[in-house]
Design a protein around this ligand. Structure first.
Ligand code: UDP
Ligand code: MG
Length: 311
């Protein structure tokens, strides 16, 4: 059986659409599937829609499709919803996809057949990114370039649309980290992997949940979660500044002995400014990592489930 994990936040209009679209394709391809909807603390009636889908699946008594629903006690974020879905999936393979149908369900069949050929990870990569505004596009490009440099794992065309074998799911779930970057982690675990291209579709309905600011925060969080490169950068910057400072100190001393000490005033001000700013920057970055450590050691659950339904 194939499990399909669908994180949903304020997607009431898309729940049934996704159900019908996926069901049709799974029935045609004769792949028994299980839909695992995770309601990530939606403010609309997404949960009621999920219950409706489960009831419908029960009534239709289709062998092709089963519906599971998981209800979070509040919004925990997409990453948490994906984890919860994977933890509650019972299929031999799991696909994670958005339930706004931006990830074309037709691709599921190809993913499934690649899995049958023995691949344990089938990454959906974006052939085209769909309609996006240019600022967002540039930001995303920059983020992925940084990530690729920092982690040595190419994620430039990665998406959250992917099929994972049960083994891979198990290894991801066994990771103790709280701040996880799903896109990066599934590349990091290794396993026998292949790619499949897809075109990002237009959103069926509703609107994107990502504000500009939340995207910036997402980028910073994931760079920190996946690499210590920013800390190394600061250390190097610190070393270079120190080198410059030594040269300037020698020059100041020479000036002093030659009796032109007042001229050094500019240098002092400059030094103060430069060193001050470097120290502040370093403290900020170190502090950021400490905050992350704090979050990890608290060992809080990544999500809290309030209800589970099953048809
Ligand atoms: N999502 C979620 N929790 C959140 C935000 C988003 O479960 O806090 C889900 C959302 O319902 C959708 C998927 O994550 O199924 C992708 O979100 P969205 O379509 O808003 O992102 P975009 O496609 O614009 O990158
Ligand atoms: Mg979307």
């Amino acid at each position: 059986m194939l499990s399909i994990v669908l994180p949903a936040y304020n997607e009431n209009v898309n729940i049934m659409k996704a159900y019908h679209a996926i069901k049709k394709i799974m029935e045609n391809a004769e792949i028994p599937a299980e839909l695992v909807y995770v309601n990530d603390g939606s403010k609309d009636n997404t949960w009621e829609e999920i219950c409706t889908a489960a009831k419908l699946a029960k009534k239709e008594k289709s062998d092709a499709i089963q519906v599971k629903g998981i209800n979070f006690s509040r919004n925990f974020g997409k990453e948490a919803a994906v984890l919860a879905g994977l933890a509650n999936a019972s299929g031999e393979a799991c696909v994670v996809m958005d339930c706004d149908l931006q990830h074309p369900p037709e691709t599921l069949v190809e993913m499934y057949s690649l899995w049958q050929q023995g691949y344990e990870v089938v990454e959906g990569v974006k052939r085209s990114r769909g309609k996006e505004n240019p600022i967002y596009k540039t930001g995303a490009k920059l983020f992925y370039r940084l990530m690729t440099k920092a982690t040595k794992i190419d994620m430039s065309r990665a998406s959250d649309f992917k099929l994972l074998d049960k083994k891979v799911v198990k290894s991801i779930l066994s990771m103790p980290e709280r701040n996880m970057f799903f896109r990066g982690l599934s590349a990091w675990v290794g396993f026998k992997k292949t790619e499949i291209e897809f075109d990002v579709q237009e959103r069926e309905a509703g609107e994107s949940k990502w504000s500009k600011w939340s995207l910036v925060k997402y980028a910073v969080k994931n760079i920190a979660a996946f690499s210590t490169a920013p800390m190394q950068l600061v250390t190097i910057a610190g070393g270079l500044t120190f080198f410059g400072a030594v040269i300037l100190a020698i020059q100041t001393l020479v000036q002093y002995f030659m009796g032109h000490a007042v001229q050094g005033f500019t240098t002092v001000i400059l030094l103060l400014l430069i060193i001050g700013s470097v120290i502040m920057m370093s403290l900020g970055i170190v502090g950021y990592y400490i905050a992350k450590i704090y979050e990890e050691v608290k060992r809080r659950p990544v999500y809290i489930i309030s209800e589970v339904i099953h048809n």
